[in-house]
Write a protein that binds this ligand. Sequence first.
Ligand code: NAD
Length: 484
Amino acid sequence: MQAHQGHYIDGAWRPAASASASASGPGPGSGDVIEVVNPATEEVIATVPAGTAEDVDAAVAAARSAAGAWRATSRDERLAALTRLRDGLAAQQDEISATVLAELGSPLRLARALHSTVPVAVTTSVLEVLAEFPFQEKVGNSTVYLEPAGVVGAITPWNYPLHQIVAKVVPALAAGCPVVLKPAENTPLTAQLFAEIVHHAGLPAGTFNLVTGHGTVVGAALAEHEGVDVVSFTGSTAVGRRIGAAAGRGVKRVSLELGGKSANVILPGADLATAVKVGVGNAFLNAGQTCSAWTRMLVSEADYDEAVALAAKTAERYAPGDPANPSTRLGPLVSAVQRERVRDYIGTGIAEGARLVTGGADAPEGLDVGFYVRPTVFADVEPGMTIAQEEIFGPVLSIMRYRDKEHALEIANGTAYGLSGGVWAADPAEAAAFARQMEAGQVDINGGAFNPAAPFGGYKDSGVGRELGRFGLEEFLQTQSLQF
Ligand code: NAD
């Protein structure tokens, strides 16, 4: 695939700092690149520059230069610019789908139905919020102004490559903040395509900048940069802790969207067949590489055996296969590292005594090439087991048994995470009452649909702050009050 051999800084593709260093002789990091691998074929499909702290300096300097003019734009000017960006995203959906298929291994149907379309819906939702948002309010004898919080450093993961970018960059720009983006190593091509779309939307030079590279180099430099005022991070809890610490040292605003181990609680009397079918689909979405995935299914003793049988039958319909085939529902995992991690967890589940109902750690038959894992269901999973506590990030579902509602709640809340969840009951009010006791940022009642305007974020170790809708915009605003 075509890739830019530079970073998008100050409105243009600029050679990486290491490229000019290599011209004057070899040195540490000279001309370093990241190889982008197609997870279905294991072939290198492109390279992008592995940036350095110098590239981050240049990008932050460009963002700081652009900050004054961008914060001075009117609401209407920002609405016009971001509408052009939204229209650009909508016009490029085929290209986006092809890129996500190639570098993430997303099945084509998912790339089309989700990876390329949700970012358009999210951008539209930000436009709606921006159109109405009160940037000024009276509080007693004070006028409170909500103003841009400054230069944003955005660091994103690979699992929903464009959604994660859009969920940060668009509200930051809407708030009046310029952005420097560091995308995940595995999926930089989607980020480059986004930069092209920003460019064609005619945003002023420096308002959006992209530096590709390694997390420990470019990500760390961005999180620690004194020219960055807000750090917005999505990724693992382990890295999130470091980013939070760096932001604390620099007294920067920080938001952390981290991992999850979400519970799908099926209460007695719920439509079991639907709850199990939707629950398995949720756990296996994007090959299980979804932070909010319902990886633990909680079922009452009375419904347990039936639920396990239904889950096994449903899981077997998720045959792994070529993501380019329009009928494929389960593609490969993003990388060999991720595949090994998931296979190790499956081995641990078996070793700790969980019952393997379907799937397993072996490679799926006939798929010797590509980072494929079998869709796997475990039953008789106990709350203390590793597979019930840790985020696996692959197509692995743990089915757990509860005695009564109190026990179900104890299991649901019994992990370090608190990102998402689902509750099913015959009466939605009963499900909602249960959900209100869950320590989770968002819970779907009887399969309630994703809402791009609803706040998204975690309790406990799943994060700090919220993305999307009004709540996402507010992450990029700070207040000034004038007393009269
Ligand atoms: P990761 O934490 O390894 O990487 C995320 C990003 O951080 C990447 O861009 C990476 O290069 C960068 N990074 C790595 N080390 C860094 C460092 N020391 N300093 C600064 N940046 C660094 O996560 P991943 O493997 O890319 O993504 C998977 C994880 O993301 C999962 O745990 C998943 O649950 C989580 N996630 C959370 C959400 C959410 O909204 N809560 C959404 C998607 C993914």
